[in-house]
Design a protein around this ligand. Sequence first.
Ligand code: DQA
Length: 143
Amino acid sequence: MKILVINGANLNMLGIREPGIYGNSSYEDLKNMISTHAMEKGVEIKFYQSNHEGDLVDAIQSAYFEKFDGIVINPGAYTHTSLAIADAVKAVNIPTVEVHISDVTKRESYRQISYIREVASKTIMGKGFAGYLEAIDFLLEKK
Ligand code: DQA
């Protein structure tokens, strides 16, 4: 089982950006937490982070060519704007879980739209970093 974990815009700033919303732990901490969990579950993980929409599209497409079994994606703010990312998820047809650290349904009105939601197998939000682990478990059970 090979899972690609994609983080989009500003998620490299975890621990620095708005700690009241996203917590004090860094992107490195997030990767370590996911790696430990994946090792316990015998899952192979590849991480990708970018602040650029097109690069995120390229990363999703690479999951197809590199034969990944699942994608976990937190597109950051592109969640609410990017048809291109949603189209890429549809194009590769690989089970994909949308993750948000915060509960976007309880935040600003402009965060209420998600273009990814309708193409994702599942959406997990408001569970902090643990949401990524739940996403991996979901993909494992689905396989
Ligand atoms: C986020 C929520 C988005 O609205 C925001 O733009 C982010 C992070 C989250 O993980 O809660 O960058 O995806």
